[in-house]
Write a protein that binds this ligand. Structure first.
Ligand code: SAH
Ligand code: SF4
Ligand code: F3S
Length: 477
């Protein structure tokens, strides 16, 4: 491959990914690195698409880059700290090549706005999540020596017409954004401030993207949104009052969208993230059960097992409501993977309330989860109304208990996969051996097996007869 004519992206530090640029060159080299959630990684695919169309070529070595872009996350203090450290790494690039530009994209750009230009002399370009179409202009401005910034949030932008450049991809699984922004205002959360109002993307453009992914060899798509259950499309984005009866009837909710994407091809698996307990309907759960290719896995963040804390978090549900949703999921989908997010040490959380989180975990027995210590974020409701008064050492003690309990539950859930035949979509080689392949079952557990004549992108049935704490091991039958 011509080394000039490719896009190389770092998804995780040190992991460079190479894509050829069919559009040719403009002589400038780009280095792009992403942090944060899947939506941010999906956005980086839009950014890459926009810049490839302008002829940028790229490098996996930031020292030789003409432009360095960091797509950033603001969810917790330590997420921002990592980006600040990374910006310091780039100082030497600017010293060696004063013309090199550094741009901060994404949620931290949106949160800090021009402060990033004023305070950190290292940054030349600041671009919020709804302004990526403006990136080529902003780069030109910065090249002319002006400080370039666009952090305008939009009520409409969904980048629906842009074809993402699949980055960091195994060629089998792809992300598709279905909504942007969030209207929920959970009191701890910075996302409504960094990503703006919630908006849904035209279902036709989603289905088209899923079809194109399938035709390009992908066999799994993950539909992304901060709250996928609130997906809603009614007649081309027209105001409800002026819709005809027919348009109203053709309104698409999340359950319907799942069906539309699942119908692209039975061999295209559909996953989605994130579901919100207050909005997850029986209709959606039944739709998952109805289609073999909609995966039996629901990521359902709980945040806390205590209703008083949930109320303070403004989550819109109680412990009982959440447990009822879990019961409905387990009733309607007999073998289902369930995962969670939990925040520990939220303002005024007592030991008893922490124990409620542990007891809820005992009841649900999650397959896996993401567990965080509460980190106060500027401008959020919690920052304005409550005191971040749980001491750091208590937060640490509680998170250790939660993580330890989750480890036990993951083991229990993994053991339940023994003796069963799992339909697995092969994603590539196992981490430990080139003689073995890995993939996931519908429940999202990793399954490893001897490679035989199989290749990635194929489906196989694996009889599982061994496991580690979180991996199923077996043979193709
Ligand atoms: N939209 C998703 C979550 C997006 S953020 C949802 O509503 O579930 C991902 C996770 O980060 C959250 O579920 C929460 O567990 C965690 N998180 C968000 N804000 C946080 C904060 N201020 N401190 C610690 N964890 C936080
Ligand atoms: Fe944040 Fe709540 Fe929206 Fe999730 S649903 S992004 S936690 S405000
Ligand atoms: Fe982070 Fe923004 Fe995602 S704050 S978690 S990158 S929406």
């Amino acid at each position: 491959m011509d080394s000039e004519n490719k896009i190389i992206i770092e998804s995780k530090q040190g992991e460079a990914l190479i894509i050829e640029n069919p559009k040719g060159k403009n002589g400038k080299k780009l280095f792009l690195e992403s942090y944060g959630c899947q939506m941010n990684f999906s956005d980086s695919e839009i950014v890459a698409s926009i810049l490839m169309n302008k002829g940028y070529t790229t490098t996996d070595n930031f020292k030789e880059a003409d432009i360095i872009l960091l797509n950033t996350c603001a969810i917790r203090e330590n997420a921002e700290q990592r980006v600040r450290n990374r910006l310091n790494d780039f100082k030497r690039v600017k010293q060696a090549n004063p013309k090199a530009l550094v741009g901060v994209l994404g949620c931290m750009a949106e949160r800090l706005k021009s402060q990033l230009l004023d305070q950190e002399k290292l940054v030349d370009i600041v671009v919020g999540p709804d302004s990526y179409r403006d990136l080529p202009n902003l780069i030109e401005e910065a090249e002319d020596g002006r400080k370039a910034i666009n952090v305008i949030l939009s009520k409409e932008e969904t980048y629906a017409d842009l074809t993402p450049v699949r980055l960091g991809s195994n060629g089998v699984t792809a992300f598709i954004s279905i909504t942007r922004g969030c209207d929920n205002m959970c009191s701890f959360c910075v996302v409504p401030f960094t990503r703006g109002r919630e908006r849904s993307r035209d279902p036709e453009s989603i289905v088209k993207e899923a079809k194109e992914a399938f035709e390009a060899g992908y066999r799994e798509v993950t539909l992304l949104g901060q709250n996928v259950d609130s997906y809603k499309w009614s007649g081309g984005g027209l105001k409800k009052e002026i819709l005809t009866e027919e348009q109203k009837n053709s309104a698409v909710n999340f359950a319907k969208l799942l069906e539309m994407v699942a119908s692209v091809n039975p061999d295209l698996r559909v996953r989605f993230s994130t579901s919100h307990p207050k909005d997850l309907t029986d209709e959606v759960i039944h739709m998952i059960a109805k289609y073999e290719n909609i995966c039996n896995h629901i990521h359902l963040p709980v945040q806390s097992g205590n209703s008083r804390i949930l109320e303070m978090m403004n989550r819109g549900y109680t412990r009982e409501w959440y447990l009822e949703r879990i019961a409905a999921i387990k009733r309607i989908i007999p073998y289902v993977g369930i995962s969670m997010d939990i925040i520990t040490g939220f303002c005024s959380e007592t030991d008893e309330e922490h124990k409620d989180t542990l007891s809820l975990m005992e009841q649900v027995k999650y397959d896996f989860g993401y567990m965080f210590m509460y980190s106060e974020r500027p401008k959020t409701l919690a920052e304005r109304k409550f005191k971040d008064d749980v001491p750091e050492e208590i937060k640490r003690k509680r998170i250790a208990e939660i993580v330890d309990l989750q480890r036990q539950h993951s083991e229990i859930r993994t053991l339940e996969g023994l003796g069963k035949v799992h339909r697995v979509l092969i994603e590539g080689f196992s981490k430990k051996s080139d003689e073995k392949l890995m993939g996931r079952n519908s429940q999202n557990s990793v399954v490893v097996f001897p490679k035989g004549n199989h290749k990635k992108g194929e489906y196989v049935n694996v009889l599982v007869d061994e496991c580690t704490s979180s991996t199923l091991i077996g043979k193709v039958i």
